[in-house]
Design a protein around this ligand. Structure first.
Ligand code: GAR
Length: 216
C-alpha cells in the first residue's frame, strides 16, 4: 500500500465527524492518518476525544488574535508543524481568509449539512423544514474562499419525514455525514480524482463523481 497521507482536522465543537474520521483511520488500509486535531475553541468537546485517542491536539483560540489573518497564520503554522498534507474541516465554524484558503487549495475539504448548493450557511435543517422539502442531506466539498462553495466530492440524501423536527432531521443527516466524510476523505487523499478548477475528474472508470448515497 502507498504511504498514508497526513491529515489535520479542524473543529469548533462536538467533533462527531472528527470522531468518524479518527475511527476510519484506525484501519491500517485507510489511506489517511490523523496527524493533528485543532480547535479554535478551548471548550470544544471533540478535543477530549482526540486526546484520549492519543492524537496530537492544539487549541488556537481565535479570541486571542487581533485579526482573522493573524489567526489563520497561526493555524497554518500549526498545520505545517504537524507535517499536514490535507485538511478536513469538521464543524469548524470560522470563515477563513482568502490567503489561508489559497495556501490549502485543493487540499482542504469541508462537510456541510445540506445538499449544496441548497442551504448554504447556518440553520440548514430549520430552513429545509420551513420550505417543506422532502429530501435533505449533506455534502463534502473542496473548500473555496466563498463559504460553502467548491467542487462536490460526495453527497448523502436523507428523506424528510412529516413528523420531523429540526433535531430529528439533524440526527438523520448527521448519521449520513459520518458515512460520507470518511469515504470522501479517502477519495481525496488516495488521488481518486483530479481537481481542475471547479471540476473533478475521476482517475479510474469505476469511480463516479460526485459520489451519491441515495436516501433509503
Ligand atoms: C455538522 O453537522 C457539520 O456538517 C456542521 O456542523 C456540525 C458539526 O458537528 N458544519 C457546518 O455547519 C459547517 N458550515 P460535529 O462537531 O459533531 O462534527
Amino acid at each position: 500500500m502507498s504511504r498514508r497521507r497526513k491529515v489535520g482536522i479542524l473543529i469548533s465543537g462536538r467533533g462527531s465527524n472528527m470522531q468518524a474520521l479518527i475511527e476510519a483511520a484506525k484501519d491500517p488500509n485507510y489511506p489517511a492518518e490523523i496527524a493533528v486535531v485543532i480547535s479554535n475553541r478551548p471548550d470544544a468537546k471533540g478535543i477530549d476525544f482526540a486526546r484520549a485517542q492519543g492524537i496530537a491536539t492544539e487549541i488556537i483560540d481565535h479570541k486571542s488574535f487581533e485579526s482573522r489573518g493573524a489567526f489563520d497564520r497561526a493555524l497554518d503554522a500549526a498545520l505545517e508543524r504537524h507535517d499536514v498534507e490535507f485538511v478536513a474541516c469538521a464543524g469548524f465554524m470560522r470563515v477563513m481568509t482568502e490567503s489561508f484558503v489559497a495556501s490549502w487549495r485543493d487540499r482542504m475539504i469541508n462537510i456541510h449539512p445540506s445538499l449544496l448548493p441548497a442551504y448554504k450557511g447556518l440553520h440548514t435543517h430549520e430552513r429545509a423544514l420551513k420550505d417543506g422539502v422532502t429530501r435533505h442531506g449533506c455534502t463534502v466539498h473542496v473548500v473555496r474562499s466563498d463559504v460553502d462553495t467548491g467542487p462536490i466530492i460526495a453527497q448523502a440524501r436523507v428523506p424528510v419525514l412529516k413528523s420531523d423536527t429540526a433535531e430529528t432531521l439533524a440526527e438523520r443527516v448527521l448519521d449520513a455525514e459520518h458515512k460520507i466524510y470518511p469515504r470522501a476523505l479517502a477519495l481525496l487523499v488516495s488521488g481518486a480524482f483530479r481537481i481542475e478548477g471547479e471540476k473533478l475528474t475521476a482517475t479510474s472508470p469505476d469511480i463516479k463523481l460526485p459520489v451519491i448515497i441515495p436516501a433509503h
